[in-house]
Design a protein around this ligand. Sequence first.
Ligand code: MLT
Length: 264
Amino acid sequence: MPSPIVLGAQQTGAGRPLVLVHGFPFDAEQWSEQLTTLAERRRVIAVDLRGRGRSTHAPNDDWTLDTHADDVARTLDDLGLARADVVGLSMGGYVAFALLRRHPGKVASLTLIDSKASADTAEARHGRDENARIVREHGTRALVPIMIPKLVAPSSPAWVSQKLAVMIERTPPATCIRDLMAMRDRPDSDPTSVRVPTLVLHGALDALMPVAAAHAMAAAIPGARFVEVPGSGHIACLENAPVVNQALASFLRELDGTAREESP
Ligand code: MLT
């Protein structure tokens, strides 16, 4: 059993809470272009998942994506927050689905960015094992030339790749390997079972997860809205922050309107 932990986080703003869950193999810094804008209408909590950034873990623990979801739920409890709007990018989206499964009351709304509901194919599982071997033998740094060309669109600014490389290099090898195994072993999630307001944002040029599949996932989630992010690959929050921030702001504004209508 993984040891229970509360996550470290960057926090800004005030009001209705919103949790940002980063992708693999990154940390809360992935949300640098969202923190200020989102803080205009939300208390923003950008967590570092266990084993990186401000979040520790017991050195011998293995973990699954359910462990990450339990950590997020425990962190909300620790902050005295009953529920939050949840935004997950890629692996962060897998964690958000696990949160919905395990702690449905904690999720007020869901935003999935460059993510998917389906489990790994056999080929993808093999790729996880291969990347884990590379990290074990050569360190996390070895993932930079393998991953970056697949993550960003060819036209994305150089600073995005540089920022991603810095985050990859500082993620401890043991953390990378555990995340790879956690993603490899994750189950399918069922988009038709989502019962909270949902926004799906997806880079038009995402080479890892085709935009058409994200569109189909959004169509399967009751009432979900879909926004294609032009010019962006797999890291839309950095590659085209203005479009992501505008779509999020409009979604959150609508949620605020609904909450006002519902209150007596
Ligand atoms: C991520 O950005 O979190 C990863 O690309 C997800 C994955 O490898 O499935």
